[in-house]
Design a protein around this ligand. Sequence first.
Ligand code: S3P
Length: 166
Amino acid sequence: MSGPRVVLVGPMGVGKSTVGQLLAERLGVAYRDTDDDIVAEAGRSIAEIFVDEGEDAFRALEKRAVRRALTEHEGVLALGGGSILDADTRDLLAGQCVLYLAMDVEEAVRRTGLNTARPLLAVNPRKQWRELMEARRHLYEGVATAVVATDGRTPEEVSQVALDAL
Ligand code: S3P
């Protein structure tokens, strides 16, 4: 298939999958998510991969999945929230249309709550969110061609703002 490639980055829970699917529909292109690719390939959930093999092993799988998806997929592509931690991945995103879906920490805590299925938030979500966003915000901003604020917006509204930003 062909069509505009739009890459979505941003923290977990910001709505990359929901918005990404809406955006793909409206653009008439396919949607793909690197987390889904990793789960399909490993035959295990992301939480299981973290527990069984640790975060570093997950990041190696993620790096490969992102590289492959960027080669194969031309529609809307959502990347796992931590994929931009990798410098090579950030380099691969240079020159691409990359939308950063952003939310503030309180919105993040509200949306993800005490969701322990997300391994990085298992202990103290508010503190972990703050640290995570402090460490990553500039990385998201660094790869993004546009920032789309999601606070207080429905997925439909966010996808409209995203469309307008393309
Ligand atoms: C992670 C985000 C998750 C998933 C894993 C680690 C992160 O993806 O890849 O739990 O480090 O931010 P989503 O952003 O799709 O939830």
